[in-house]
Design a protein around this ligand. Structure first.
Ligand code: ZN
Length: 365
């Protein structure tokens, strides 16, 4: 047994990104099976249906079946879709859509021991390449994270598709990806100090750093380009940062304070922002907890403001502020990722840091 545990990363076998790459789907499917089954949500499926079917037909691997009814990744939905896949005698799953659809597709593939290809239709998530599936209840309460024996055999990111989704998605994706530049280094430091069995790879840390640099350099331009309907190098770079780099960085674990603060804030009545937007706020809370230089915090804060990511508590929604201490308490739940911070974080520290982010933002020129 090595003294400092095992370094591990689980990656997709293939990642392909570019304009029009959806046309290659059929050829990729043929390498793994002959009877593909699509799992998606209704909106996602409507957007890619014609292109998916055409590509599969052209490659001689027509669709064996599809289920476009995913609205939430629940155990019931996973079982229901798995039964349909078995009825269709499909031998490969294609998950099309956002996080819920691809998570359901991945969970079904794990259950049936079939390969899975993911085809994202937007950019708010990096779920497409991760070897896990987050399961919720019907009323969107977190149930469990299922860890998969393998990552997707292919992540096919057609920028014609993801960059034509509403611009708010790429902003949310950037908010979520922002955290990897801070959480993974904190996580890595903690695991090293604990001589834990799970160690971060230097590769993941490097990729995370690259992800953060890309977001800072091209994020604002990418948002403008997506709003203008243009697919530029900035857009391609940011899509890669969200879809490939942040997932590579997080793979094998790596959340810390930013996601814990997100999880805490989700219990506050009135919260009106989505996952990536709340994580961006949580990232600034983590930076304050780490006592990072003010210049560094302000740089990230300005970047968030330019993108429209929340930097004030009031921008998170009409929050019932009396719940803030409870949110801070939940953020420090010993089973949550706050425990991956390299120093002890108390609910009081979280509460102070949230208010400090808010007042820093207020003073930001
Ligand atoms: Zn996240």
């Amino acid at each position: 047994m090595p003294e400092s545990g095992a370094r591990k990363v689980i990656l997709p076998a293939r990642y392909v990104q570019g304009q029009g790459v959806l046309g290659q789907l059929g050829a990729h499917v043929r390498q793994h099976g002959s009877k593909p089954f699509v799992v998606s949500g209704r909106t996602g499926w409507t957007r890619v249906k014609a292109r998916v079917q055409a590509s599969l037909l052209q490659a001689g691997v027509p669709l064996a079946g599809h289920d476009d009814s995913v609205t939430e990744c629940t155990h019931a939905k996973i079982n229901e879709v798995a039964a349909r896949v078995e009825d269709a005698e499909a031998d490969i799953i294609i998950g099309c859509g956002g996080g819920k659809a691809v998570d359901t597709a991945k969970a079904v593939s794990e259950k049936l021991h079939l390969p899975v290809i993911t085809v994202p239709t937007q950019c708010a998530t990096n779920a497409d390449q991760m070897a896990d599936a987050v399961v919720f209840s019907e009323d969107h309460r977190f149930i469990e994270d299922i860890y998969l024996s393998q990552a997707p055999v292919l992540v096919l990111v057609d920028t014609e598709v993801v960059a034509r989704a509403p611009p708010v998605f790429i902003v949310q994706g950037m908010g979520d990806a922002l955290a990897c530049g801070f959480e993974k280094p904190a996580y890595a430091e903690t695991m090293r100090a604990r001589k834990s069995q799970e160690q971060a790879t230097n590769a993941a840390l490097e990729v995370n750093l690259k992800c953060f640099q890309t977001l800072m350099a091209h994020g604002v331009q990418a948002k403008k380009d997506v709003e203008a309907g243009k697919i530029t190098d900035a857009v391609e770079s940011v899509v890669e940062a969200i879809k490939l780099q942040s997932g590579f960085g997080f793979g094998g674990g790596g959340c810390a304070a930013a996601h814990a603060v997100h999880n805490g804030l989700t219990i506050v009545p009135g919260i009106a922002r989505k996952h990536g937007e709340i994580v961006a706020f949580g990232t600034m809370v983590q930076m304050v907890l780490e006592r990072r230089p003010m210049g560094e915090v302000e740089r990230v804060m300005r970047w968030c403001r330019e993108l429209g990511l929340p930097i004030r508590l009031s921008e998170l929604g009409k929050l019932d502020m009396s719940y803030l201490p409870k949110a801070a308490e939940k953020a420090c739940d010993p089973n949550d990722s706050m425990s991956a911070m390299p120093f002890t974080v108390t609910p009081d520290m979280v509460l102070v840091a949230m208010r400090e982010v808010d007042s820093l933002a207020q003073r930001l020129g």
